[in-house]
Ligand binder design. Structure first.
Ligand code: NAD
Length: 305
């Protein structure tokens, strides 16, 4: 396992390679899965419900299924029509809750407007909630109890750890307060724990003086959904920048119809950073690994015996 040493030198910017870390993790997980299979006679099983034809959602679920194949998990994909009723969706969730062969499952977000996302989150048995969105897991996370950590924040903490990026005593500024990224990562990094003990400022669309707050950040975590929002003049020399955003924009070079960019103006910001995640290939692959790790923990009953 190769650990990369973090030196806080602005002249030695390092790209945090989430894709490579995820590949490394998949290889070691594959061995663990083989051992689990030998001793139990079964394989971990992740299921996903995909509603409708959103191309991004289809791509995300496709990545998850591919990762299951790579590590030796069984996977089941349940595709439902865009017009599925709330009741029918709830019935599918209940079937997965009751299926003893399924260790964990996700309902890919976003859902069509007529579906109540909160009801969906609450309907998932928290013992199978490998996305870590259920309030039981969220509450346990906030109190530092064993739980399924939300997949993206989990992946971010693994990346920080792999690159030996110290969080204790650092000022972390999180931009965006969603329930799945901004709020949970702000809790995780401020907790009294190994990848915590940071002083965290959680900012959002109503924050005043965001520019000034960002300039004081040792670590910036951007999860807003606005392409290139974090600019060079908002970043302190030597800062660590974690870009969670995934935005599809026109390709200005006209070499293709569109391309993926993050919430950070990568080309201009990167030279000021000690570390930065690219988009794609940074946080995205680690979100999938967070999900894989949670599913394996469910299979081995590490969290909820
Ligand atoms: P969201 O879309 O639910 O909410 C956006 C947040 O940004 C809100 O809290 C809002 O207050 C804040 N915001 C909006 N405008 C702002 C402004 N001008 N200044 C400060 N804050 C502002 O958030 P999300 O679901 O966390 O998604 C954010 C981005 O992260 C999206 O691009 C999404 O696709 C991406 N994402 C990536 C991954 C991954 O695995 N890499 C996982 C989840 C989400």
């Amino acid at each position: 396992m190769s650990y990369l040493v973090a030196k806080y030198s602005p002249r030695s910017m390092k790209i945090i390679d989430g894709k490579a870390v995820a590949e490394e993790m998949k290889n070691s997980m594959k061995q663990e899965v083989l051992e689990y299979q030998k001793s139990t006679g079964r394989v971990p099983h992740l299921a996903a419900i995909l509603v409708g034809n959103n191309p991004a959602s289809k791509a995300y679920v496709g990545n998850k299924v591919r990762s299951c194949n790579q590590v030796g998990f069984k996977s089941t994909l349940i595709k439902l029509e865009e017009t599925v009723s709330q009741d029918d969706l709830m019935k599918e969730i209940e079937k997965l809750n009751q299926d003893p062969d399924v260790d964990g499952f996700i309902v890919q977000l976003p859902l069509p407007k007529h579906i109540d996302e909160v009801k969906v989150t609450l309907a998932i048995d928290y013992r199978k909630d490998v996305d870590g969105f259920h309030p039981v897991n969220f509450g346990r996370m906030a109190q530092g109890l064993p739980c399924y950590l939300p997949a993206t924040p989990y992946g971010i903490t693994i990346l920080l750890e792999r690159y030996n990026i110290e969080t204790a005593g650092k000022h972390v500024v999180v931009v965006g307060r969603s329930n799945i990224v901004g709020t949970p990562i702000s809790i995780l990094l401020s907790r009294k724990s190994k990848m915590g003990d940071a002083t965290v400022t959680l900012t959002h669309s109503k924050t005043k003086n965001l520019h000034r707050i960002l300039l004081d950040a040792d670590i910036i975590i951007a999860a807003i959904g606005i392409p290139g929002f974090v600019k060079e003049d908002m970043v302190k020399q030597g800062a660590v920048v974690i870009d969670v955003g995934i935005n599809r924009v026109e390709d200005e070079s006209h070499q293709g119809p569109s391309k993926l960019v993050g919430d950070v103006d990568y080309e201009h910001v990167k030279n000021k950073c000690s570390f930065i995640t690219p988009v794609p290939g940074g946080v995205g692959p680690m979100t999938v690994m967070g999900l894989m790790k949670n599913t394996f923990k469910s299979a081995t009953k590490e969290i909820y015996p």
